[in-house]
Design a binder for this molecule. Structure first.
Ligand code: BYC
Length: 340
C-alpha cells in the first residue's frame, strides 16, 4: 500500500540540474516548493516536489480513480433492469461518465511517474483502497436514485475543494469531474422525485433506500479529524482544503432541506438544528463498521473486487487490440495483428 509515512527528505543533497548543468541543493528546491505552496501556486509534473508529497498524491489520486471504477458496479447492476428506456439511457451515460472519471484520474496519477499497471495491480491485490461506500449493495431501483442524490452529492461536496488542489493535473481533472457529478446528483434527485410522486410502495422503497445509505454516506468523508492520520499534512500542502468533519457537516446541513423537499425522513433521531452552532447536530457514526468495511469485511467487498478482476482479465483482448492499433498508426506494426 502507498505508505502514509511522511518520509521527509534526508539531509540536503547535491544534484545536477539537467537544464543548467549546475549543481543545486535539495534544500533550495524544497524552499522553492514551499514558496509555491505558500503562494497558492500550482505544482506541475515537471516541478521538483518532496517524495512524501508525490506519494501522498499517488495514494489519494489512485484511490480516487479506483473508487470511480469500482463505483460503476452498484449502479451498473441496474442498467438491464431500469424501469423505462429514458432511465436506462440516463443510467448508461452516468455509469460511463464514472468510467471516464477513473481514466482522467489514472492519467493524472501517471504524471507522478507511476505506471497504470502498478496502480491497477495494487487495487486487484487489495493493497489499495477505494471508497467504502461501494461495498454496500443496491437492492432496489430506489438505491440507484439514492446513489445519485446522496453518494454523488457527498462526492461533490468533497471534490469541489479538490478543484483548488495544489497539484495542477489533479485540480484540472476535478473541474471536469465536478461538472459531471452535478448532473449525476440532479438525475438521482429527479428519479427519486418521480418515485415519491408515485405509489405508496414506491415511496416506501425510497425511504428504505435512504435508511440504508444515509450513515454509510456520512462515512464517505473519512474518519473524524482527530483520527485522520493524513489530514494535517495534506492540508498543509494544499491538497485537501477542508477537513473531513467540516465537509461532513456541510453535507448534512445542505441535505436536510433537500430531504424535506423530497418528502423523506433522514434516519437519525439525533438530527436537529443547533441554533448556537448554526449547524445541524447528528448522532455519532459507527466507526467500527467503517473499519470493518475498510478491512475487506463489508457486505460486498469480495464481490466488488472479484468482479473488477474478472472484467480486467476479460478485457485483455481489448487492450491488446488497442495497442496493435496504436502500433499500426505509428507505422511500426509487424503485421502480426493481421495474421491472427
Ligand atoms: N473509504 O487520513 P484520512 C464517486 C482511508 S467516487 C475508504 O482522513 P485522507 C462515485 C484513507 O484513504 C469518489 N477509505 O485520509 C463513483 C486513509 O487510508 P490510507 C471517491 C477511506 O486521504 C461512482 C485512512 O482511511 N472520492 O464519487 O486524508 C459512482 C485514513 O483517512 C475513506 C474520493 O476518492 C473512505 N470513505 O482523506 C458514484 C475523493 N475515508 O490511504 C460516485 C478523494 C478515508 O492511509 N479522496 N479512508 O491507507 C479524498 O478526498 C480523501 O482521500 C478522503 C480521505 C477524504 C477520502
Amino acid at each position: 500500500m502507498y505508505t502514509q509515512s511522511l518520509d521527509l527528505a534526508g539531509p540536503p543533497q547535491a544534484e545536477a540540474d539537467p537544464e543548467t548543468d549546475r549543481v543545486i541543493h535539495r534544500d533550495t528546491r524544497q524552499a522553492a516548493f514551499d514558496a509555491r505552496i505558500a503562494a497558492d501556486a500550482k505544482i506541475e509534473p515537471q516541478d521538483w516536489m518532496p517524495d512524501a508529497y508525490r506519494k501522498t498524491l499517488v495514494r489519494q489520486i489512485s484511490q480516487h480513480a479506483h473508487s470511480e471504477i469500482i463505483g460503476m458496479q452498484p449502479e451498473g447492476n441496474w442498467i438491464s433492469r431500469a424501469p423505462s428506456l429514458k432511465r436506462k439511457a440516463i443510467l448508461l451515460a452516468k455509469v460511463q461518465d464514472e468510467g471516464g472519471h477513473g481514466l482522467y484520474l489514472y492519467s493524472a496519477a501517471e504524471t507522478l511517474n507511476v505506471s497504470r499497471d502498478d496502480l491497477v495491480e495494487a487495487l486487484h491485490t487489495g493493497r489499495a483502497k477505494y471508497s467504502s461506500i461501494f461495498n454496500y449493495p443496491t437492492l432496489t431501483w430506489a438505491d440507484v436514485g439514492v446513489i445519485g442524490w446522496l453518494v454523488d452529492g457527498a462526492a461533490i461536496m468533497n471534490q469541489v475543494p479538490l478543484c483548488r488542489c495544489s497539484y495542477g493535473p489533479y485540480a484540472r481533472a476535478m473541474i471536469r469531474i465536478c461538472k459531471e457529478e452535478s448532473f449525476h446528483q440532479r438525475q438521482g434527485f429527479d428519479a427519486l422525485r418521480a418515485m415519491m410522486g408515485g405509489t405508496e410502495a414506491q415511496r416506501a422503497m425510497v425511504q428504505d433506500a435512504v435508511d440504508r445509505w444515509w450513515f454509510p454516506v456520512l462515512m464517505m468523508f473519512g474518519p473524524p479529524d482527530a483520527a485522520s492520520p493524513n489530514s494535517t499534512q495534506t492540508m498543509a500542502w494544499g491538497i485537501k482544503r477542508i477537513s473531513n468533519d467540516d465537509l461532513r457537516q456541510k453535507f448534512v446541513d445542505a441535505t436536510v432541506e433537500q430531504a424535506r423537499v423530497l418528502g423523506v425522513t433522514l434516519p437519525d433521531p439525533g438530527l436537529q438544528w443547533n441554533e448556537a452552532r448554526g449547524h445541524y447536530d447528528f448522532s455519532p457514526l459507527d466507526w467500527d463498521e467503517f473499519r470493518r468495511v475498510l478491512n475487506g469485511d463489508g457486505p460486498c467487498n469480495r464481490e466488488r473486487l472479484a468482479t473488477r478482476v474478472r472484467a480486467h482479465e476479460e478485457g485483455e483482448w481489448v487492450r491488446e487490440a488497442a495497442m496493435a492499433h496504436a502500433r499500426r498508426r505509428n507505422g511500426d506494426d509487424s503485421g502480426e495483428c493481421d495474421a491472427r
